[in-house]
Design a protein around this ligand. Structure first.
Ligand code: 13P
Length: 302
C-alpha cells in the first residue's frame, strides 16, 4: 500500500478502534504524522498514564511501550514491532543490578527510564533525561546507584553536592559517537552554529556544548534562542519537530549522523498491521509491574 493510503487507513482505524497513538521524537516523520501525541520519554509516560482510550499503540522502543503498560495495566498496549529494543537498556542485567544493590545496601537506586521492567522493579525511583538532576537531588540519603547510563549520571553527578554517586558502566552507542570531533567536522563549514547536545553524550562532549538537554529541552531551546543555526547532538528524528517548531532556523547533524536503527524499526507498514490485527500486546508480569509502577509513580509525583 502506498504511504498516503497507509496514513489515511491508520487515522481511520485508530478512531474506529478507540486507539491513541504515541510516538517518540526519534520516530520516522511519517510515524510522527499519524501520532496523537509526540513527545520525550517523560511526556509520553505522563500521557500514557492518563490517556482515556482503551488501547495505546506505542511507537518507540520496547522499554517505552513497557512503561506505558506498567502505568496502564488495564489498557491494551500494543507495540508495532516487539524486537525494537534499546542497546543501552541491554547493558543492565537484573542479576547484576541485584548484586550491585547488595554491595551498596545504603544506596538509593535511581534507574534511567531506558531500562526494562525487571530493572525498574529493582529501582527506588525512575528518572528520564528531562528530570534526572532533580530526581537525584531529591533522593533520600547520600548515596546513589545510577543505572545504566554513565554519561547522563556523570553529567548530573558533577553538580550533586554531598552525594556519593556510583555510576553503572552503560551508555547509548548512538550518543557515545557524538564527540567533539563529530561536531567539529560540521562546525568547520558552519562556525557560527550553536552546539546543543543530549546528556547521553560523553562528558568530553557535554563539557564543550553550548547547551545540554533532553529532547524536549533541546526543542524548547531552539524555539527560544536568538541563534539561527544549530548543530544538534542527538538522534536525527528530532529534526522533524525542530523544523516544525522553528521553521526559519537551520539544523545540522554531527558527522556521522546519529541514527537509532532500533527506533527506525517502527515503520508505517508495521503500525498499520498492528492496528489492523491488534498486535503485538505488551505483557509485563504483575509482580514486576507493580514494583516498577511504584518507582515510576515516585518520579511522576516529584
Ligand atoms: P528523552 O527522554 O530526552 O526523550 O530521551 C530518550 C532517549 O531514549 C534518548 O536516547
Amino acid at each position: 500500500m502506498e504511504t498516503q493510503k497507509l496514513h489515511d487507513d491508520i487515522i481511520r482505524q485508530k478512531e474506529e478502534k478507540d486507539v491513541v497513538i504515541l510516538a517518540h521524537y526519534y520516530q520516522r516523520p511519517e510515524i510522527q504524522a499519524v501520532a496523537d501525541f509526540v513527545g520525550d520519554s517523560l511526556e509520553l509516560s505522563r500521557v500514557a498514564a492518563s490517556a482515556p482510550q482503551g488501547t495505546i499503540l506505542f511507537c518507540g522502543v520496547k522499554f517505552m511501550a513497557e512503561t506505558a503498560k506498567i502505568l496502564s495495566p488495564d489498557k491494551t498496549v500494543l507495540t508495532p514491532y516487539p524486537l525494537a529494543g534499546c542497546l543501552l537498556a541491554d547493558m543492565a542485567e537484573p542479576r547484576e543490578v541485584e548484586e550491585a544493590k547488595k554491595a551498596n545496601p545504603t544506596a538509593q537506586v535511581v534507574a534511567y527510564v531506558n531500562v526494562y521492567a525487571e530493572i525498574k522493579a529493582l529501582a527506588d525511583i525512575i528518572c528520564t533525561s528531562a528530570n534526572a538532576g532533580k530526581v537525584m537531588e531529591k533522593t533520600e540519603g547520600d548515596k546513589i546507584l545510577f543505572v545504566p547510563d554513565r554519561n547522563l549520571g556523570a553529567f548530573h553527578a558533577r553538580t550533586m553536592k554531598g552525594k556519593d554517586v556510583r555510576l553503572w558502566d552503560g551508555y547509548c552507542p548512538i550518543h557515545e559517537r557524538i564527540t567533539p570531533e563529530a561536531i567539529e567536522r560540521v562546525q568547520r563549514k558552519h562556525p557560527d552554529a550553536l552546539v546543543i547536545v543530549h546528556p547521553e553524550c560523553p562528558p568530553r562532549m557535554t563539557e564543550k556544548a553550548d547547551f545540554v538537554g533532553s529532547t524536549s529541552q533541546l526543542l524548547r531551546f531552539v524555539e527560544q534562542s536568538d541563534a539561527k543555526c544549530f548543530i544538534v547532538g542527538t538522534e536525527e528524528g528530532i529534526l522533524h519537530e525542530m523544523k516544525k517548531k522553528a521553521p526559519d532556523k537551520d539544523f545540522l547533524l554531527p558527522d556521522p549522523i546519529p541514527i537509532c536503527d532500533q527506533m527506525k524499526m517502527i515503520t508505517l507498514e508495521r503500525v498499520h498491521k498492528a492496528l489492523k490485527e491488534d498486535i503485538y500486546p505488551v505483557i509485563v508480569e504483575e509482580a514486576i509491574r507493580a514494583k516498577a509502577e511504584k518507582a515510576i509513580r515516585r518520579m511522576l509525583e516529584l
